[in-house]
Structures are given as structure tokens and as C-alpha cells.
Design a protein around this ligand. Structure first.
Ligand code: FO1
Length: 335
């Protein structure tokens, strides 16, 4: 399987960008950054709070969306699972009264079976994910690493009671009113050792951290709240850049805007910035907003923030690569 030493051929790597990612925007951003990489290593740290056991298999939705996006296999329309998928097993499962609420396609199932066998052989989640990335054809310049190998499970407290993330997201289509989010197991978790080792090589290369345009409550929270993760990123990063998931008062995909309004937060790039800076003090150096929100960037409440605006909508690979290049420039620029 893939060598686990983080440095690999450390000599050739000039710098490293670490992207914290949920399943959607973060994956696209990683693809854009690796497209711009010249000797630059891209590490995608994936959220594991959505992971759960289903049919005796460990489902890792955000990690798999990143793996499929980076290997060009993602179903663009759904945003999860495989393109050109078939559903023979799922159909038969329904015929024999198996669970019908969560659709796992035939090709997607192959990945889950391989992961299950690697895990049962005693491999950890990081090692298994590295092997799957290699088998899927993820470019060597990008390394996908789950944020932690300890079980962390997102639960939401809603007006319909407490429920597991997938029940909220898939079962209830995010309709319940959200009151709070709990990351079960996070207090006992620690950052993946592989990530700690890689980031601890600070001296050998520049390391920048990008918080992808992911849902802060559902995708970034289960990563940043891992004890030690904030300190690790803060100490080892030259620059920490965060990209707003809210553009013109709405989220491009998913329930981030709905959750912000249910939590009584202003649904705007400014509202997101102020919430993030209070929740994760002294973490972010540079805030990236979409140019649609430029007018708000110079309000009094934000004058101490380094806010940069650009076109952040990665609507096609070429535009995404332009954004990736812009981001790499921003990371290297003066505060
Ligand atoms: N999302 C759905 O809305 N319906 C599904 O049936 C579904 C199946 C599924 C299977 C594998 C997988 O990796 C993701 C899947 N998702 C499905 C998406 C999943 O709910 C993710 O948690 C979301 O993408 C949010 O991260």
C-alpha cells in the first residue's frame, strides 16, 4: 500500500496547503489547488462527523466525496457517490426489506467493501483512506486524510428532538429546526497522527491552512473542535485563510444558511466571519468573501479583519483553478 511517511520525497515539495473540507466545496477547492500546484503538496483534511455504520459497513460521506471529486468519479449532479452508477444491489436490498432510506450504488459499494476489508485487516482509517485514494487514481500531489481516527459522530438537537446527522440530512432533508449541534466523541478524539507528523515538519517547508467553503457547524466544527487541532494549525501554519460558504446571503449548497438563521445569526459573509472569529479566536488570519459581498467588507465591526474579496464560485474547473491560484497568492502575501 501507499507509503505512510508524510514526507515522501520531501526534497521536491516547496510548500504545503492543508484544506479543511466537508464534502462539497472543499473537495472542488482541493482539486483547484492541486491543479495549480507546482511541486506544492495539497493535503485535504476531511470531516468524519458524518461517518456512520450502515449494512455493517463504515460510510464516510465527506471523505468519499473528496476522493471521488479528486479522482474525477463524483456524480456532479448529486454531489455524492459515483458517476455512471448502477443500483442493482440497492434495488435487491429493497426487495428483501433492507434499509431503503440510504442509497448506496454498486460502484460505491465496492469502495465500502474494500474499506471494510482494509479496516478488518487492522489498518487504521488514515491508512485505508490513503490506499483507497491510490486505487481510485487520486493524483499523488493530493493527500486525503480523515481529521481523526477516533469515532466522532455529529448529532443535531432540533424541534423534532435529537437525531443522528444522516437522519437529519437524508431522512428529514434538513427540515427540522436546528437548535444545537453535538459532536459525540470529539472530546476523546485527537488529530490523526499522520497529520500531526506532517504539520510538525514546519521547518522543512511553508505550510498554509485553508478552511474550505464548508458548513461551519456540520463540516468544519467536527474538525476544529478536536482537542489539539486548533493549536496544531495555529502553531504550524504560516497563514490560515477561511473562505465564506455564504455568498449574497445564501449557501450555494446544503443547510448552512438555514442553520445560521435558526441559530439567530445574520445570514451573511459578515455574520459568518463574526461567528467564526468568536468560536475559533485567533485562528484565521485572512477572510475570503465573494465579491458579491464586497459592500459589507468595510463596516466598522469588521475593520480589524483582513477581508479579501474575489470571485469564489468554482463553477467550472478553469474558474476553480483561477481561484486556486488567487488563493495561493493570498497565502504568500503580506497580512
Ligand atoms: N445523501 C442523500 O441525500 N441521500 C442518500 O441516499 C445518500 C446516500 C449516500 C451514500 C454514500 C455517501 O457517501 C453519501 C450519501 N449521501 C446521500 C450524502 C450524505 O448524506 C452526506 O452526508 C452529505 O453529502 C452531506 O455531507
Amino acid at each position: 500500500y501507499v507509503s505512510m511517511t508524510p514526507n515522501g520525497d520531501a526534497s521536491k515539495i516547496s510548500s504545503t496547503v492543508v484544506v479543511l473540507s466537508g464534502g462539497g466545496g472543499g473537495a472542488r477547492l482541493a482539486g483547484a489547488l492541486s491543479g495549480e500546484a507546482k511541486g506544492r503538496q495539497v493535503i485535504v483534511v476531511t470531516n468524519t462527523g458524518d461517518d456512520f455504520e450502515h449494512l455493517g459497513l463504515l460510510i464516510c460521506p465527506d471523505t468519499d466525496s473528496v476522493l471521488y471529486t479528486l479522482s474525477g468519479k463524483i456524480d456532479q449532479q448529486r454531489g455524492w457517490g459515483r458517476a455512471e452508477e448502477s443500483w442493482l444491489v440497492f434495488e435487491e436490498l429493497k426487495n428483501i426489506a433492507g434499509p431503503a432510506w440510504f442509497q448506496v450504488g454498486d460502484k460505491d459499494l465496492a469502495l465500502h467493501l474494500l474499506r471494510a476489508s482494509l479496516l478488518s485487516d487492522g489498518q487504521g482509517l488514515v491508512e485505508a483512506t490513503r490506499a483507497l485514494a491510490k486505487q481510485l487514481g487520486v493524483p499523488d500531489s493530493v493527500i486525503v486524510v480523515p481529521a481523526t481516527e477516533s469515532p466522532v459522530r455529529t448529532h443535531v438537537l432540533t424541534d423534532q428532538g435529537r437525531m443522528a446527522f444522516q437522519e437529519y440530512f437524508v431522512g428529514q432533508r434538513c427540515e427540522p429546526v436546528l437548535k444545537d449541534v453535538i459532536y459525540e466523541g470529539v472530546d476523546a478524539a485527537s488529530p490523526s497522527q499522520w497529520l500531526v507528523d506532517l504539520l510538525s515538519q514546519r521547518g522543512t517547508r511553508e505550510i498554509d491552512v485553508v478552511l474550505g467553503p464548508s458548513n461551519p457547524f456540520l463540516s468544519l466544527g467536527p474538525i476544529l473542535d478536536i482537542p489539539g487541532m486548533m493549536a496544531l494549525l495555529r502553531q504550524q501554519a504560516r497563514r490560515v485563510v477561511a473562505i465564506s460558504p455564504i455568498i449574497g446571503g445564501r449557501a450555494l449548497k446544503g443547510p448552512a444558511a438555514k442553520i445560521m438563521s435558526e441559530l439567530g445569526l445574520p445570514v451573511s459573509a459578515a455574520g459568518w466571519t463574526l461567528w467564526m472569529s468568536e468560536r475559533y479566536p485567533d485562528l484565521v488570519d485572512t477572510w475570503v468573501w465573494d465579491e458579491a459581498d464586497e459592500g459589507q467588507a468595510n463596516s466598522d465591526a469588521l475593520k480589524s479583519f483582513d477581508i479579501r474579496t474575489t470571485s469564489t464560485v468554482m463553477s467550472d474547473p478553469a474558474i476553480a483553478r483561477q481561484f486556486g491560484a488567487w488563493l495561493l497568492e493570498a497565502c504568500a502575501s503580506e497580512c
